[in-house]
Write a protein that binds this ligand. Structure first.
Ligand code: PMP
Length: 433
């Protein structure tokens, strides 16, 4: 078999670096092995790059493309709207329809406000929580990512030496240039440790607890049985707003997100990514008693591009499809088969690893012998070896994230999954030593 090469991408990235720092427009596209790719077009599960390679895609643009890269219904809805104007600076029936769908599908959603990216929607949820409680402190958890802005980029990828004691993690700034004062009211806890959060909330001075209800950004870890329920109760008892950041899990692990699947309803939730299959849409959804503060509480939420008409048309088409009976069951079955196939291949190769998460978003970690329960446990992952594995897979036409996550779409059919498992087995053979 001829292996894919990526020389043209490498060369164009080097040339583009004279215009765009690093040749990329997001930090998370930078420094990937063997090079950031230059994509020419996409179709279904495939990406076609500048070197003429056809790659089966499990990045899915870091999550959004749940219906694959070219869903006819979404594209047609967007195309039809394009003829009717781009951005109105006013409301539209499209926006109302999209809102109705979110409220029908998501358990916590009595109201919804649209935004343009997950990062800013997070800021709105925190602002609502602080305004309605009159408190300042926000609790977040190690390894949970809530966007790149100063107020939340704390303790996402803390190096082992900077963690501090598990009972009292030291907040760690994720970027140089970050305002240290932006973390003044952020406290960090270790996730999946019930006693920590219950004890802290008992002091009655916390505005919000924010978490990924399934820790997707640091390794596909599910909450331990009873953990979400205990946090929910502690929040209710202490008058703290519980916020689920469902930017990844929303409309991906089920039509109503992780809150529906895991059976615990937050006060507010944040959505983005899969909500519009690649268009710039995010949302904060939640109970009327919080959300309606936006109508009369003096809380500012702005955004020139919020509820942009084409993106709203795409949102409606995406949500309608995801709300069709059978769609999630199909992804569940195929994703499960993929997880089992990868897991079996790893066992046969004698490489200790975990394959964990949910079929629509799971994570592979080499070097872990027992399932991790929080960020600290994931630090034992053999990341260098996994990068060798994803690079070898890419050379065999399969693109998966170097940090372990695999995103599934409705278009990853039986044949694609079989091809993927075969490429994975071949790639594994290259990292035996
Ligand atoms: N929250 C979570 C859980 C995310 O995974 C992300 C993005 N990966 C964000 C927030 C930020 O979203 P965006 O990149 O749209 O700003």
């Amino acid at each position: 078999m001829t292996l894919c090469s990526f020389e043209r991408s490498r060369q164009r990235i080097a040339e583009a670096s004279r215009l765009i720092p690093g040749g990329v427009s997001s930090h998370f596209r930078f420094g990937v092995s063997p090079t950031p790719l230059v994509i020419e077009r996409a179709d279904g599960v495939y990406l076609y790059d500048a070197d003429g390679n056809r790659l089966i895609d499990y990045y899915l643009a870091l999550g959004p493309m749940i219906l694959g890269h070219t869903p006819v219904d979404v594209i047609e809805a967007a195309r039809a709207q394009l003829e009717r104007g781009i951005l109105y600076g006013g409301q539209s029936e499209l926006e109302f329809d999209a809102a109705r769908l979110v409220c029908e599908m998501v358990p916590c959603a009595e109201r919804v406000r649209f935004a343009s990216s997950g990062s800013e929607a997070v800021q709105l949820a925190l602002r609502l929580a602080r305004a309605t409680t009159g408190r300042k402190t926000v609790l977040k958890f190690e390894g949970h990512y809530h966007g790149w802005l100063d107020s939340v980029l704390w303790s996402v990828g803390t190096p082992p030496d900077d963690l501090g004691p598990e009972a009292q993690p030291i907040p760690f700034a994720g970027s140089s240039g970050q305002d240290p004062m932006a973390g003044a009211h952020v406290e960090v806890l270790s996730w999946n440790r019930t006693e920590q959060v219950v004890e802290r909330l008992a002091r009655g001075d916390v505005a919000a607890v924010i978490m990924e209800p399934m820790m997707c950004n640091s390794g596909g870890i599910l909450p331990l049985p009873g953990y979400l329920e205990a946090v929910r109760k502690a929040c209710t008892d202490s008058g703290t707003v519980l916020i689920f950041d469902e930017v990844i899990t929303g409309f991906r692990v089920g039509p109503g997100g992780a809150q529906q699947r895991l059976g615990v309803t937050p006060d507010l939730a944040i959505f983005a990514k899969a909500i519009a299959n690649g268009f710039s849409v995010a949302a904060v959804a939640g109970q009327a008693r919080f959300m309606d503060q936006l109508a009369h509480g003096g809380i500012i939420h702005g955004g020139t591009y919020n509820a942009q008409s084409i993106a709203m048309a795409a949102t409606i088409a995406t949500l309608k499809r995801l709300n069709t009976p059978g769609v999630f069951e199909m992804m569940e079955e195929r994703g499960q088969r993929l997880m089992t196939g990868l897991s079996d291949a790893l066992k046969e190769a004698g490489i200790p690893a975990t394959v964990r998460g949910l079929p629509q978003i799971f994570s592979v970690a080499l070097g872990l012998k027992t399932p991790p329960v929080n960020y600290r446990d994931t630090l034992a992952t053999d990341r260098k070896r996994y990068i060798r594995l994803t690079t070898a897979m890419l050379e065999r036409g399969v693109r998966a994230l170097e940090r372990g996550a695999w995103f599934l779409s409705t278009e990853h059919d039986d044949e694609i999954i079989a091809t993927t498992i075969a490429a994975f087995r071949e790639a594994l053979a290259t990292i035996r030593t």
